[in-house]
Design a protein around this ligand. Structure first.
Ligand code: G1P
Length: 289
């Protein structure tokens, strides 16, 4: 069994970045020179994904255009012999990949967004879900590749886990675990955005999931959960014995928040060979203010 499909829920409005996101999808905001969504697609591609399914909205057309070819631009760059730039814009996501765009009519929550792509997944098929806002450093390893291999070895569904501070538990789905081995946790519960005093642990689910088709039958579109949204967490809770948690080691940037987005730009800049010397010098200079 191979995992070949990934769903990217990208229909959200991105109100935290207004006015920048009035006409531009938040997923198209760049970290240095590449849109946030492209990092997620490249991570998936490196983990063996070849079918990219976007759950989108009419205001998000720029995402579809970004993963299509821009023939005029390509021809211009080729005739100018700018081969390095041709490589940057051609076949993003791989030359044999397939991109599909599915509409979510209303922002009814993550569980609802995922269920909009149900028809794209076969009976008994495992697939990934990637929340591009959670930008995960591609080094030292590939988080999705690790999750796929845990899923294939155990035949279980897998949630990415990260320890968060007590004040932050109410922003995430929080799991309760029974034991762990090599950063892989056995789970016995999950709750969406609990108050600090009732959170079962400080282990939060972040934006990477491996699901089986069976999850769709558990998404209850008639009974919204926290914040009046159809939560994927509520579906996971019904089948928690069939999930494992993977506490990954790579660094995560919450690019859905301004501070996380700024941190990602600074850190990716500091590891960019062409930018790092000047950026470091500039930042050191600021510390002397
Ligand atoms: C969603 C999920 C939540 C998860 C989080 C990770 O919440 O509902 O369980 O912890 O993504 O980023 P959202 O951030 O969409 O409110």
């Amino acid at each position: 069994m191979k995992i070949k499909k990934a769903i990217f829920p990208v229909a959200g409005f991105g109100t935290r970045f207004l006015p920048a996101t009035k006409a531009t999808p938040k997923e198209m905001l760049p970290i240095i020179d590449k849109p946030i969504i492209q990092y997620a697609v490249e991570e998936a591609q490196q983990a063996g994904i070849t079918e990219f399914i976007f759950v989108t909205h009419h205001a998000k057309r720029a995402i579809e255009d970004h993963f299509d070819e821009n023939i005029e631009l390509l021809e211009k760059l080729k005739s100018d012999q700018k081969d390095h730039l041709v490589k940057q814009i051609q076949n993003i996501g791989g030359s044999t990949s397939r991109f599909t765009f599915v509409r979510q009519d209303k922002p009814k929550g993550l569980g609802h967004a995922i269920s909009c792509a149900e028809h794209m997944i076969n009976e008994n098929e495992f697939f990934a879900v990637i929340l591009a806002d959670d930008l995960i450093d591609p080094l030292p390893g590939n988080i999705l590749k690790d999750m796929i291999s845990i899923s294939m070895q155990s035949s279980k569904q897998v949630l990415a886990l990260e320890k968060v501070s007590k004040q932050d538990v109410s922003k995430f789905g929080i799991v309760s675990t029974t034991k762990n081995h090599k950063n892989i946790h056995t789970l016995d519960g999950i709750v969406e955005k609990p108050e600090e005093n009732i959170a079962p642990s400080d282990l939060a689910v972040v934006g990477r999931y491996i699901f089986n088709h069976s999850i769709f039958a558990l998404i209850d579109s008639k009974n919204p959960g926290v914040n009046g949204e159809i939560q994927i967490t509520d579906a996971i809770a019904k089948d928690i014995d069939n999930f494992l948690g993977y506490q990954f080691k790579e660094k995560r940037f919450d690019c859905g928040s301004k501070i996380g987005y700024l941190k990602a730009n600074i850190e990716f800049g500091l590891s960019d060979p062409k930018l790092k010397v000047e950026l470091k010098k500039y930042l050191k200079g600021l510390q002397n203010l």
